[in-house]
Design a protein around this ligand. Structure first.
Ligand code: XIL
Length: 334
C-alpha cells in the first residue's frame, strides 16, 4: 500500500515536472520565436510595416506576403497631394481608401504619408505666390485629408523632407519661400486641431547620422517645438541606405531624439544590396531604443522597390525570403 502510494506520488511529481517543462518551452517560444516580422516585432510592443501600392493588392503573391508579415501599412503614393487634391478643393481619396479598408480587414495599422511635402505636389499649389492664399490652401488640405481618415491613422507624416541636404536650414519650397520658417509649426498646429488622437510626425532622410548638419537642424527644430509647446509626437527616419548601411552612430541619433520626448520610427527602410549585417545593425539600433516604436520597409519584393536596381528589400522578385529577412527576424528577437 505504502509502496503504491509512493509510486503514485512519484508519477504525480513527474507529471507536474513535465507540465512545467512544457509550459516553460511554450513561454520561451512565445516570447522569442515568432515566425513573421510583424508578430516578432509585436513581442517587444513594436510594429513591422511596409509601403503598399494600391494597384498591387490584387497580386496574390504580394498581398499574401503583406498580410502574413506586416502589421503597419504606409501608402506608397496614394495619400500624397497630387493624388488627394489634384485640383483646388477637389479631393480624391479612392486609392488610399482602398488601402485603408485592406488594412482594417487584416488588422493592420496605418501611417498617413504625407500632408505637406514639396514633391508630388500639384503645380496649382507650387505656383501660388500669395501667402494668405497658400496658408489657407495648406491648412484646408491638412484639415480635409485628416478629417477623412480621422480615427484610422496611427501616425501622420505631417511635414516631409523640409530640410536641405548638407545644411541645418530648411530647403527651398513653395511653402518655405512664400510662408517662411513658420510653415512647419503652422502645419503641426493645424494637424493637432483636426485629429488629437493621431501621432504627429516630422519625416526626413539623411538625418540618421548624428554628425550631419541636417540631423542637427531637425534635432534643433524638434527641441524648439517641445520647449514652446508646438505639437509634435514623433520623428520618422526614412533610412534609405547605400551599400555601407546605417551610420555607426544611428542608435545615438535615435536615442538623442527620443530624449527630447518624442517617439522615433524607421519609416522607409531599404538598403542597397540588402546585406544581412546592414539590416540587422539597423534593426538593432531601433530595438536598443525603447521609444523606437516600429520599423517600416519601403516595399515588399525587390521588384516593388522604387530602387529596384539596388535589390534593397527583404523578399526577392518571386516573393522568396532573402538572407536579410532572417537577419531581421532574429534581430527583432532582441
Ligand atoms: C517614392 C515612391 O516610392 C515612388 O513610387 C514615387 O514615384 C516617388 O516617391 N521619400 C518619401 C517617399 O517620403 O514618399 C518616396 O516614395 C521616397 C522618398
Amino acid at each position: 500500500m505504502n509502496i503504491r502510494i509512493g509510486t503514485r506520488r512519484r508519477v504525480t511529481l513527474a507529471a507536474g515536472l513535465f507540465t512545467a517543462a512544457v509550459l516553460t518551452v511554450a513561454a520561451t517560444q512565445s516570447s522569442s520565436a515568432a515566425s513573421t516580422l510583424g508578430a516578432q516585432a509585436a513581442q517587444s510592443g513594436r510594429y513591422f510595416g511596409t509601403a503598399v501600392a494600391n494597384y498591387k493588392l490584387s497580386d496574390g503573391t504580394y498581398s499574401g506576403i503583406l498580410d502574413r508579415e506586416f502589421n503597419m501599412i504606409t501608402p506608397e503614393n496614394e495619400m500624397k497631394w497630387d493624388t488627394t487634391e489634384p485640383s483646388r478643393g477637389s479631393f480624391n481619396f479612392g486609392p488610399a481608401d482602398s488601402i485603408v479598408s485592406h488594412a482594417q480587414a487584416h488588422g493592420q495599422r496605418m501611417r498617413g504619408h504625407t500632408l505637406v511635402w514639396h514633391s508630388q505636389l500639384p503645380s496649382w499649389v507650387s505656383s501660388i505666390s500669395d501667402a494668405n492664399t497658400l496658408r489657407s490652401v495648406m491648412n484646408n488640405h491638412i484639415t480635409q485629408e485628416m478629417s477623412h481618415y480621422k480615427g484610422k491613422i496611427y501616425a501622420w507624416d505631417v511635414v516631409n523632407e523640409a530640410f536641405a541636404d548638407g545644411s541645418s536650414n530648411h530647403r527651398s519650397s513653395v511653402f518655405q519661400n512664400v510662408l517662411g520658417n513658420g510653415f512647419i509649426e503652422e502645419a503641426f498646429k493645424t494637424a493637432r486641431s483636426v485629429d488629437s488622437s493621431a501621432k504627429l510626425c516630422y519625416n526626413d532622410y539623411n538625418i540618421e547620422d548624428w554628425n550631419a548638419a541636417k540631423t542637427q537642424g531637425v534635432y534643433n527644430m524638434v527641441k524648439d517645438f517641445k520647449s514652446r509647446g508646438v505639437p509634435i509626437d514623433c520623428v520618422g527616419f526614412q533610412s534609405h541606405f547605400g551599400t555601407g548601411g546605417p551610420p555607426s552612430n544611428f542608435q545615438t541619433t535615435l536615442s538623442n531624439f527620443a530624449a527630447l520626448g518624442v517617439d522615433v520610427q524607421i519609416t522607409e527602410l531599404d538598403i542597397a544590396q540588402a546585406s544581412s549585417t546592414n539590416y540587422s545593425n539597423t534593426v538593432r539600433a531601433c530595438m536598443n531604443v525603447s521609444r523606437c516604436t516600429g520599423i517600416t520597409v519601403w516595399g515588399i519584393r525587390d521588384s516593388d522597390s522604387w530602387r529596384s536596381g539596388d535589390s534593397p528589400l527583404l523578399f526577392d522578385n518571386n516573393g522568396n525570403k532573402k538572407a536579410a529577412y532572417s537577419a531581421v527576424l532574429s534581430a527583432l528577437g532582441g
